[in-house]
Design a protein around this ligand. Structure first.
Ligand SMILES: N[C@@H](CCC(=O)N[C@@H](CS)C(=O)NCC(=O)O)C(=O)O
Length: 213
């Protein structure tokens, strides 16, 4: 049995769960992290010494790091679908997963913390605007790519869509300046039609919002 540890409001857990949903894998998810705690126990640390979610146990195989989990699940259970069977599409899927994690994420996570996880009195409007502008510039790169294909690796959804696709739900929900991104917006609309995206990514994160009270 596949077990996933992680709270449903974690964007990294959402990546793993969206992959699980697309692959239709029998599983159980155990709430952990945030208000649920559970990451500081010796048993959890033995599985994942980083004490972070998501962490999975697939019949005794432990994997942590959300992108590695997505890759593991898709390469093992989604050959020919979520893991494309030709090298060019595999390369594209890996490229866009890494682009999200290594390039887009740096500004994105600071913007999310600056806007959502900081109370209004501590927000730095100028810094947030600068980060939003950098995120917008990065997304122009994705927009140009999606002008020629509906998904990052071609005609169908693959693991390459999971990291950046899951981020778009929060990006488009934020009160920030955004450039015109017609192809990214059309892509986001396609993702919103998917039951697994609705179930695991379109999750309220209001409980994460910091207030001054
Ligand atoms: N690079 C790691 C980051 C994992 C991470 O920082 N997860 C956060 C949740 S998004 C966490 O475990 N936070 C502690 C908590 O939720 O209590 C990954 O992609 O899995």
């Amino acid at each position: 049995m596949l077990t996933i540890w992680g709270r449903a409001t974690s964007s990294n857990v959402q990546k793993a769960m969206w992959a699980v949903g697309e692959l239709g894998l029998p599983h159980q998810r155990i709430d952990a992290g945030g208000p649920y705690g559970g990451l500081d126990t010796p048993a959890f640390a033995a599985m994942n010494p980083n004490r972070t979610v998501p962490t999975i146990d697939d019949d005794g195989l432990i994997v942590w790091e959300s992108n590695a989990i997505v890759s593991y699940l898709c390469t093992r259970y989604g050959a020919g679908t979520m893991y494309p069977d030709d090298w060019p599409r595999r390369a594209a899927a890996h490229q866009w997963m890494d682009w999200m994690q290594a390039t887009f994420y740096r500004d994105w996570i600071d913007l999310f913390w600056g806007l959502v996880r900081s109370p209004p009195s501590k927000r730095d409007a100028a810094a947030n605007a600068a980060m939003a502008a950098r995120c917008g510039e990065r997304l122009r790169i994705l927009d140009a790519h999606l002008a020629k294909r509906p998904y990052v690796a071609g005609e169908t959804l693959t693991m390459g869509d999971i990291p950046i696709g899951s981020t778009l739900y929060r990006y488009f929900g934020m009160e920030i300046e955004r450039p015109t991104l017609p192809n990214v917006e059309a892509y986001f609309a396609r993702l919103r039609d998917r039951p697994a995206y609705q179930a695991h990514v379109m999750v309220s994160y209001e409980s994460l919002r910091a207030t001054d009270r």
